[in-house]
Design a binder for this molecule. Structure first.
Ligand code: C2E
Ligand code: CA
Ligand code: CA
Length: 699
């Protein structure tokens, strides 16, 4: 007994197969990039149901397309079983295609399970016809169809996995193409399987045949269309709402990166940009401008005696007063602490800048009431002019700072215009530059170590190495002061080598004591990062010390990374291919775009400490941003470390935001080598060894 095919229904089955395949590719892409950890299982199951319904419908319509000369029907429970098989198979497929990495082994295992599952669905579905005598199968055709099912499944998994990344060019076209290939493969398997079935002459169908095949096909098609299109629409909605919130977070990040959180004034970065623009402008239109460096007098003692809360309120009021009476072309920025800068444009004469300075002194000296306390502050102001006192941002700020210092010296609550002999800062940096050479050879440098902790378990996840300089006369010089000087003189490369050697030496000490293999993060300055043979240099040092590369992580800042995007990508990959891990440092203070996180394959993001303050204030700003970064980082499988965590409440909020790790004074300050060794001994049973810490995939 031979059957015939209804060509219309065959086409319909192909269309349904295509739609199911397309849904599968989209859902696995969505799972990878968008779903937060909480919603993931929901999407996985939902996606599997719609994909399963799709595959099964394709198969069922294919069966309906085939008509025998006798009445044919389908047993309900067997048909339902074949539907559940299809959904189960889809679940395996989606879970596989949306996970971190697809090894060949996993591809083979998952592909085989999926192929066997599809075949099982098919033959279970055929069994629902309950033919008597039973259908006889041509074994080689069955084997061939199972083989095709397995091959098709592997191809489908591989395609879905590869097309997950949402930043590929022509993504939609590629996904459509993949769906066509998958649809043809699935349908091919189905019709091969059908052709393996031989129906004996005079066969009877025991499940009866009351329903019209065309009608059934219509119902099944309509249902599966609704399910699949519904899934795609939901996914589209989810994607666009997430991309909207990402865009919002991005804008927020940009604002936070360019503005001071306390006063809402532009920050140092924004100020630098503004001055650089003014310099350009002046070159074109010969319009000199002035930079006023303002430092409040006695602010530190108010802060220390009345508390940070009062100090913060005071700064906000001062910021407001500085803003008053300025032209819209002028800018007020906060450099940090109690330091502010005003840029006054178009000042042809010294007297107009002096008038602005006098106005500021007068406004600031008025009484301020904070918490019912009447307070009085004054300020010291230094004035520098472009181009007379400096040709670029740094020089101008240096000169204005030197003039401010002179104003302080002459009794405060006044201003001074820059004169060359005031350049004490330049003098100090000359002294430091001279002494830095000796520091290296005389053993004045040392390393401190600050541990990082898991938020969930409080175990130690790694440690950051921080350099220290004890100057014989000037005492402790902070790295933020001498690293820039070392960078300018080029000495940073030598210092960087010394840091690496010192870190390796300490690792050897810890290992000799049998302590767990902790991963040590080393900071790389932009100058070090741009040395042409950086990776070879590091390799040579590490090799000589006999340290395993997986023990080291390198931290670079956003600004460093963005200097040369191509080269940065290559360097990061080179470091990772040798077993080192790479972190992005001070995240949120530089370029402030979430987009480039996708571009570089960082292993870790360190969110700058300045964001922690917002968490304390209970402000939505900080936490909204942090949660956007955590969500994105999770999707990209990057660890998130919050820096500068100082209070319990910050720590608690970070836990709620599902941040992975923290570093900060709350849990440990940077410790000198000997103290850190003692710390490691105490914490030995709470240390995450790097074999595990570095085992996270880097590619
Ligand atoms: P960084 O890489 O962002 O290092 C973190 C800084 O924050 C350290 O300052 C650390 O002592 C401080 N810190 C840690 N926890 C807290 C906290 O809870 N609150 C506050 N307010 N601060 C906290 P440090 O040691 O003064 O280093 C400053 C910067 O100097 C570093 O910033 C890094 O950029 C640079 N640096 C330090 N050591 C090295 C080095 O060996 N090589 C290079 N190239 N740069 C280094
Ligand atoms: Ca760092
Ligand atoms: Ca940092």
């Amino acid at each position: 007994m031979t059957g015939i095919y209804n060509p219309l229904l065959v086409c319909l089955s192909l269309v349904v197969a295509f739609l199911a395949s397309y849904t599968a590719v989209e859902v696995s892409g969505g799972l990878n990039a968008l779903a937060s950890a909480k919603r993931r299982p929901l999407w996985l199951v939902g996606g599997a149901v719609s994909m399963g319904v799709g595959i099964w419908s394709m198969h069922f319509i294919g069966m309906l397309a085939f008509s025998l000369p006798i009445q044919v029907g389908y047993d309900f429970s067997t048909t339902a079983a074949s539907l559940f098989l299809a959904i189960g198979v889809s679940l395996i497929a989606l879970a596989t295609a949306s996970r971190g990495v697809l090894s060949y082994r996993r591809l083979c295992v998952a592909g085989t399970i999926m192929g066997l599952g599809v075949a099982a669905m098919h033959f279970t579905g055929m069994h629902a016809m309950q033919m008597s005598p039973a259908i006889e199968y041509t074994i080689w055709k069955v084997a061939l169809s199972v083989g095709v099912a397995i091959a098709a499944s592997m191809a489908a998994l591989w395609l879905a996995f590869t097309l997950r990344a949402s930043d590929l060019e022509n993504l939609v076209v590629k996904r459509l193409g993949a769906a066509v290939i998958m649809a043809v493969a699935i349908t091919g398997m189905h019709y091969l399987g059908m052709s393996a079935a031989n129906f004996a002459a005079g066969s009877l169908c025991l499940s009866g045949g009351k329903l019209d095949a065309n009608w059934l096909a219509l119902v099944v098609t309509a249902t599966s269309f609704t399910v699949l299109v519904g899934t795609l629409a939901l996914l589209g909605f989810h994607t666009s709402s997430l991309s909207i919130s990402l865009r919002r977070a991005n804008r927020q990040l940009h604002y936070l990166g360019t503005h001071d959180a306390l006063t809402n004034l532009p920050n140092r970065q924004q100020l630098s940009l503004h001055i650089a623009q003014a310099v350009d402008e002046c070159a074109r239109r010969a319009s000199p401008f002035a930079v006023l460096f303002i430092d409040l007098d006695g602010f530190k003692s108010i802060n220390d005696s009345l508390g940070h809360g009062v100090g913060d309120d005071l700064l906000q009021v001062c910021a407001e007063r500085l803003r008053q009476d300025l032209r819209h072309t002028d800018m007020v920025a906060r450099l940090g602490g109690d330091e502010f800068v005003i840029v006054v444009e178009n000042v042809a004469e010294v007297s107009s800048a002096v008038a602005v300075a006098n106005g500021v002194l007068q406004r600031l000296s008025q009484e301020i009431v904070v918490n019912g306390l009447p307070l009085r502050v004054s300020a010291s102001i230094g004035i520098a002019f472009y181009p007379r006192d400096g040709g670029n941002v740094d020089e101008l700020l240096h000169s204005a700072d030197a003039a401010m210092y002179a104003a302080k010296q002459s009794g405060r609550n006044t201003f001074r215009v820059f004169e060359p002999q005031m350049n004490h800062t330049a003098l100090k940096s000359l002294v430091l530059q001279r002494d830095l050479h000796r520091a290296l050879s005389d053993g004045q440098l040392s390393m401190s170590f600050q541990p990082k902790f898991s938020v969930a378990s409080q175990s130690v996840t790694g440690v950051e190495a921080l350099i220290r300089w004890r100057h014989p006369e000037l005492g402790e010089i902070p790295p933020l002061e001498f690293i820039p000087i070392a960078e300018r003189s080029g000495l940073i490369v030598e210092i960087g080598d010394w840091v690496l050697q010192e870190v390796c030496r300490n690792i050897a000490v810890w290992d000799a004591q049998g302590l767990p293999a902790i991963c040590v993060a080393v900071n790389l300055s932009p100058i070090q990062f741009s040395v042409p043979d950086l990776v070879a240099r590091i390799d040579a040092l590490i090799g000589a010390a006999g340290v395993d590369p997986c023990r080291l992580m390198f931290e670079i800042t956003e600004t460093t990374a963005m200097q040369n995007i191509e080269k940065t990508s290559r360097t990061i990959e080179a470091l990772q291919s040798r077993g080192y891990t790479v972190a992005i440092d001070d995240f949120g203070t530089g370029y402030s775009s979430l987009g480039y996180l996708q571009r570089f394959r960082f292993d870790q993001i360190k969110i700058d400490g300045s964001f922690m303050r917002d968490l304390d204030d209970g402000g939505q700003r900080g936490s909204a941003l942090l949660s956007a970064v955590v969500t994105l980082a999770r999707a990209l499988q990057i660890e998130v470390v919050a820096e500068g965590v100082e209070t319990e409440s910050q720590f608690r909020t970070l836990g709620e935001l599902a941040c992975d790790q923290v570093q900060g004074f709350l849990l440990s300050r940077p410790l000198p080598a000997a103290e850190f060794l003692a710390f490691l001994r105490c914490a030995a049973d709470r240390i995450v060894a790097t074999e595990r810490a570095c085992a996270t995939p880097t590619a």
